[in-house]
Design a protein around this ligand. Sequence first.
Ligand code: GLV
Length: 332
Amino acid sequence: MAKVYLTRRIPDKALTLLQKENIEFEFNPKDEPPSEASLKREITNVDGLICLLTEKITPGIIEAGKKLRVIANIAVGFDNIDVRKATEKGIYVTNTPGVLTETTADLAWSLLMATARRISEAERYVRAGKWKIQWNLMFMTGQDIYGKTLGILGLGRIGQAVARRSKGFNMRILYYDENRTPELESELEAEYADMETVLRESDFITVHVPLTEKTRNFIGEKQLNLMKKTAILVNTSRGPVVDEDALYEALKEGKIAGAGLDVFKIEPIQMSNPLLTLDNIVLLPHIGSASAETRTKMAVIAVENAIATLKGKVPPNLANPEVLKVRPPTLR
Ligand code: GLV
């Protein structure tokens, strides 16, 4: 009987699928990531690992999984997994793309709007009992969104969903992506531009690239200097894609107007992070895909990916297809 280890309890709807397939499972009962030592211990004898993005699946952990055939990440991003090592060992790595696209696009828009209209700052003001004058002409004035230019960096699934939502706001859409997709340009009424033009001309810039060695510090001092003084940056991808020190300086010096971040270089954010001292930033605890429906579906998809692999099939969301050459999907 195949056996799977889950690094957290997941909804019963997903666990039931394992039961139906007679796959034995065990999960970390704590609501926090297991330590590296305990993860190494737990996976020595299992065929599959179902984990979250909080688990750093290092070469050492992969080596410890002597029988491991699949690592099913409950996330679209899989930069937490040493994919090269997994591939080398013939281990399938899977993710959960698609299902969280709309939910994450909603959050990118929530951040964009909250930053433009100073929602968090205004709410803090009310709760702190500072609202003493009923209405003042220039009080808490933010920025309009309607009719402005939206710059999308990375026009993948989520970037496209963000673009679709901009229709009601009558925006000009600029995008930059490593790969230009002319078909999408007409559908989304989006203009392709080089990165510099997107940075220079956009009022709102939203980042939707995966974290890779190429995209680390994708937005740094140079890029922030190109942006308009009135521009707002939104990041719902991965923290290290933005150079936080450069962003802090830019926000503090008024080189850009604001930022909305759901992701950080170090998560959870350290209380010593200077970004916390700024008012022109909205900070969220990595909740891009956090609707109950979507998170449940993500767990189900991860389980389905694990089951498919353990049944000797190519899983629907194989993130390292090159592994098929190392280990074809045959039954053991
Ligand atoms: C969340 O950040 C994900 O990658 O799914």
